[in-house]
Design a protein around this ligand. Structure first.
Ligand SMILES: O=C1O[C@H](COP(=O)(O)O)[C@@H](O)[C@H](O)[C@H]1O
Length: 234
């Protein structure tokens, strides 16, 4: 099976355990290569995990951090994932932050900026932390997006793509820039953190049925050669 599943007693226990796993992954990367690159999801599930990780007061100068996806909003906007990530790591100095969207984006969402930024990041992420929406999206790879097929192509050469969710989600109703499945899979370790019974039911369905056009997360779980470490709690 290309995934392992760990159930935690509650969301707080999950946050502490996932932070410990990420910390070990970063230590390993720094010991092996002198630096570590982390791709981190936004949304509501990851901030408690990241606050635990940041509390371990790592030397941020060895870290490069980027969001797995971003909303097409200014950097100061409440819905900006990078802004939220930076807040979670407040007090950790020296991190190299990589944005996927220009500081003041204009016009239609466009992945050119993100692809240029990603070209400056090491080939493989040392760790990638993903969340999942109740509709089975991860990153900003939403069911119903016109170019979902392309974005989920494991052979795609595009690291990032513009995605227009259809319908727009209630949380973060904006066009998005998302790393493609191919780019996300280029990670040494992938963790998927999911909380709540409803989401766990969706996840269990994606494990049984590989139908990524309806549940995009299935593409990640069933990708050839991938291994996803799933952590969940009710
Ligand atoms: O819109 C997004 O949603 C997913 C899931 O978020 P959650 O609040 O349900 O945990 C998130 O992983 C992604 O980064 C974000 O942009």
């Amino acid at each position: 099976m290309p995934w392992t599943e760990t159930r935690h007693a509650n969301a707080e226990a999950l946050a502490a355990a996932v932070a410990t796993r990420l910390s070990a992954m970063l230590d390993e990367a720094i010991a092996a290569r002198g630096a570590a690159t982390l791709a981190l999801a936004g949304g509501r599930t990851t901030p408690p995990i990241l606050r635990h990780l940041a509390a371990e007061s790592r030397d941020g100068s060895k870290l490069t951090i980027l969001p797995t996806d971003e909303r097409w909003v200014p950097a100061v906007h409440a819905d900006c994932n990078l802004r939220q990530l930076r807040e979670s790591f407040a007090g950790v100095d020296g991190v190299r932050w990589v944005a996927l969207v220009p500081e003041r984006p204009r016009g239609k969402a466009d992945a050119a900026f993100a692809n240029a930024m990603l070209a400056t990041v090491d080939a493989a992420f040392d760790a990638c932390l993903l969340g999942m929406g109740g509709d089975g999206h991860f990153g900003s790879l939403f069911p119903g997006a016109a170019n979902l097929d392309e974005a989920l192509d494991p052979g795609s050469a595009d690291a990032a793509m513009a995605i227009v969710p259809d319908p727009m989600p209630a949380a973060g109703p904006h066009p998005r820039i998302s790393l493609s499945l191919a780019r996300l899979l280029h990670s040494r370790q992938i963790i998927l953190a999911v909380t709540g019974n409803e989401k766990h039911t969706v996840l269990a369905r994606a494990m049984r049925e590989n139908d990524p056009m309806h549940l995009p997360i299935a593409a990640l779980l069933h990708a050839a050669g991938s291994h996803v470490e799933i952590h969940w709690s009710l």
